[in-house]
Design a protein around this ligand. Sequence first.
Ligand code: FAD
Length: 444
Amino acid sequence: MRILVAGGGLAGLVAALGSLESGAEVTLLEKGVRPGGSFVYSSGYIWSYRDLATFRREVPAGDAALQRLILRRLPPDLGWLEERGAPALARETGNPLTFGARFDPERVVASLVQRIAAAGGRILTNARLRILTLAGGRIAGAEVAQNGGERREPADAVILATGGFAASRELVRRYILRGPGELQLRAHPRSTGDGFRAALAAGALASPGLDGFYGRNLPAPPANFSPQEFVEVSQLYGRHAVALNAAGERYADEAADWSETALVRATARQPGLRAWYVLDAAALRRRVRDRTVEEMVAAALRAGGTVLRAESLEKLAERLAERGVPLKRALRTLGEYDAAVSAGRAAELSPPRSEPAAPVRVPPFMAVEVAPAITHTTGGLAVDAGCRVLRQADGRPLPGLYAAGVEAGGVSTGGYASGLASALVFGRVAAGSAVEDGKADLKR
Ligand SMILES: Cc1cc2nc3c(=O)[nH]c(=O)nc-3n(C[C@H](O)[C@H](O)[C@H](O)COP(=O)(O)OP(=O)(O)OC[C@H]3O[C@@H](n4cnc5c(N)ncnc54)[C@H](O)[C@@H]3O)c2cc1C
């Protein structure tokens, strides 16, 4: 049986090796010059919420069947990866809500690539899946562009692992922003929705939540940084700040969730897709995971981001006014926030403020300009619990088509879950389903 895997990120590499181990002939297409996808820029934590109740509480709108699949499969799949990829650097996540392990992405990618080649798999780089081909209502392969030419790659099954559409300005505007504007990209630039579009054109069904994305607020331009600095420059301290939009108003509960995904999504709906994180000196000393807020602000400064500093809130508001934020409105917002927090009434603010909620009182004061960045889309193709892509016509599996990783939408609709877990678990599940379905077809 011939399986074509499109995309050489973690999902595609795992799907390719899993398919080879089940006896299939495998060709892996990678659009870039080398495999690895966003995994190589990531922190390398592959994780899940610790139980279904926590998963449902954190991501209530997500697909429960896919969440169960991740919970059930992640422990054995982490073991599988350790045996084939590289030993885990740590077998914990540092977050009491989750379990998982941390890996060295470069080592894992190198090892998976080597094993795929050793098992006889073909890895084609600079090779882009363009169109899925159909025969008799089932997927029969794909048209591939490589080195300026185009050709047909026949296959009994195609596993799509092309990473969603975060890098497509057009699709991000259509589905996520629903209008003009631009999200910064906190990922490699090749996931432009090729697999998603090809699948829809072949009759696939899209998942719910196409407007969802996972990302971080980063220092706003003129800040400039390389992909290797994505983790370092991330401004992950909204919960210790007051977030103001260009009108000088609070626009979200800065501490609504532990990953600050809701705050980033709300920032994407603000005028000009910009915000200011206002902090005092006390906030700078707080820690978020392994870094202090001060270290994250310093990273923004190093990247050339805009960081305003003043000895009083009035002076800070004057500096913000030079950047177009209405002075009186900003001061009123900060005053209302301070009064409510000091009186223990943070939850009564509009929008409310969850804990931690500390007053902004200790000079010097700072304002860091941030802009929302997309790491990956969370909506994508609708799949069943075997990672079979479903048909738009009747919601049943589209024969021969599977999706893994970011491409498979719906797990984290409205919330946040590990993209690397979707890559690892769905990569293996898609491979298993493709091979099993192929065997079942032969018996018919
Ligand atoms: C800075 C950063 C930190 C992160 N930290 C974590 C973390 O600690 N934990 C976590 O769970 N997640 C993290 N993530 C997210 C995680 O890296 C991604 O969710 C995951 O790598 C996605 O894997 P994927 O294989 O589905 O897609 P991708 O990694 O996007 O891979 C898709 C691949 O498909 C290729 N491709 C695209 N189009 C085509 C085409 N037409 N034909 C052939 N190939 C194509 C691309 O070139 C790419 O190599 C982080 C991401 C970033 C950027």
